[in-house]
Write a protein that binds this ligand. Structure first.
Ligand code: PHE
Length: 450
């Protein structure tokens, strides 16, 4: 069938779009990664830098991605290509990022799903062993692979159903559930004796540990957490109808993402401090410290642990479907592939990368790329390099190659909605953001090299 004869899919409703976009943004980045980055980078100082990046770079890039997507009605690659063939590479970089992020993300999604089951089967009954259980589990060669495949299968089912039927419906139901669960856990955590130390760790900055790397980590986290710099929000924007207010949607989605990250921190740090545990343990934070904290709470702990890991799995799922959709949309839009076929091929390739990632924790730990295992390689490559470059390219594309007046028309729906800060946004995108990203990237890479 001719591509142009097929009516393009659209979101079913405004709330559906917001839930899906927020579902993409809110994920492992907020609940698994943000707290451990905070713990590793000295708490409040990292938080402040992160906040600045989200407010001055994140929102603006999200607005720009929505505009580019809706204006072109094309996913990542097509949106760039419809302007000029010379820009195709920027979209392709985004599709590559989707493949590489999906080369480790479902592994962690699988861990999370496994921890729902483990919470039922006595994980908390032996608190001293929780750390060893995690180490033993992720270094194994069968269990983590099985859980990864289960997680991947959920993605396949949702993405194969398409935009309104699958992704949108899942987001609409699952996102509010997640939010409610986190509030519940935060309340429990805050009412523990000694909780205040955790709050002051999160909110009282100590700048002595801040280096160029801290800035790069915060920038990478802002892109990762907001799903920016790889065409995801371009793709979601491309399914958006012409009446939606892009600016207010972007602001709302960013606010929700930030809110959930803060909530995840507030759910974890007070409890970590109340129980005298270590905040800077890295990626194991969620899987080791949190079950330990729950174990120390007695009877209600098991229930909270189950709820927590269900929430984490749900959050991961609504994000990973958006990552898969970027790659799938490329094959549908640019290669004329049928949706189901695109989903099967894309997910198989991703599963292969995930097998490498998962095994790099154990059986294949000796195999390294640039000195790190596959898991870390895919993570560092996307978060510290590809997403920042993707964001830089997008800002240059929008600021220097698109017509200012047309952008204004797109962002105000032809003058029918207000965007009072248009000039400020445009200046940020055109001058400030490209320079800021370049400086942070250079400083970060230099301090890693030292
Ligand atoms: N934002 C998601 C998270 O925080 C991850 C993601 C990155 C999703 C890039 C889509 C695109 O977990």
């Amino acid at each position: 069938m001719e591509k142009s004869l097929v009516k393009r899919e659209n979101w079913g409703s405004r709330i559906g779009f917001i839930m899906a976009a927020a579902g993409s943004a809110v994920g492992l980045g907020n609940i698994w990664r943000f707290p451990y980055l905070l713990g590793e980078n000295g708490g409040a100082a990292f938080l402040l830098i992160y906040l600045a990046f989200v407010v001055f770079i994140g929102v603006s890039i999200m607005i720009a991605e929505f505009a580019v997507g809706r204006k072109s009605s094309r996913a990542a690659v097509g949106a760039y290509k419809s302007h000029s063939q010379n820009w195709t590479f920027a979209g392709v970089l985004g599709v590559l990022s989707a493949f590489f992020i999906m080369g480790f993300y479902p592994v962690v999604g699988g861990w999370s799903a496994a921890y729902v089951a483990k919470s039922f089967t006595g994980l908390l009954s032996n608190p001293e062993a929780i750390g060893d259980v995690f180490g033993g589990f992720i270094t194994g060669s069968t269990q983590p692979l099985v859980w990864m495949l289960i997680f991947m299968l959920f993605n396949v089912v949702i993405v194969a159903k398409g935009i309104a039927g699958g992704i949108e419906k899942a987001g609409k139901i699952l996102m509010p559930v997640l939010f409610g669960l986190l509030v519940l856990i935060a309340v429990r955590s805050l009412t523990l004796p000694g909780a205040a130390a955790g709050l002051s760790y999160m909110f009282k900055p100590d700048f002595s540990a801040v280096t160029g790397q801290t800035f790069l980590a915060a920038l990478g986290q802002a892109f990762f957490s907001l799903s920016l710099g790889m065409g995801c929000m371009i793709t979601y924007g491309s399914y958006l109808n012409k009446k939606e207010d892009l600016v207010s949607n972007a602001t709302l989605v960013t606010g929700m993402d930030l809110g959930v990250a803060l909530l995840a921190g507030i759910a974890m740090f007070p409890a970590i401090f109340a129980f005298g545990m270590e905040p800077a343990v890295g990626p194991g934070l969620v899987f080791v410290v949190i079950p330990s904290v729950f174990a120390a709470m007695g009877g209600i702990g098991m229930l909270l642990s189950i709820i927590f890991f269900v929430a984490l799995t749900v959050a991961a799922l609504t994000s990973s479907v958006s990552l898969m959709e970027v790659a799938v949309a490329y094959f549908i839009d640019e290669r004329g592939m049928e949706r189901k076929k695109a989903v099967y091929s894309v997910s198989s390739a991703m599963a292969v990368l995930c097998v490498l990632s998962s095994l790099s924790m154990g059986a294949m730990s000796g195999v390294t790329v640039f000195g790190v295992g596959f898991f870390d390689f895919f993570d560092i490559l996307t978060d510290k390099i590809f997403l920042a470059i993707g964001g830089l390219l997008l800002a240059i594309f929008v600021g220097w190659f698109l017509d200012k007046e047309e952008l204004k028309q797109e962002l105000t729906n032809g003058g029918t909605v207000k965007f009072a800060l248009f000039e400020a946004w445009y200046t940020l995108i055109k001058y400030v953001i490209p320079v800021a990203i370049a400086i942070v990237a250079v400083a970060g890479i230099r301090s890693i090299a030292q």
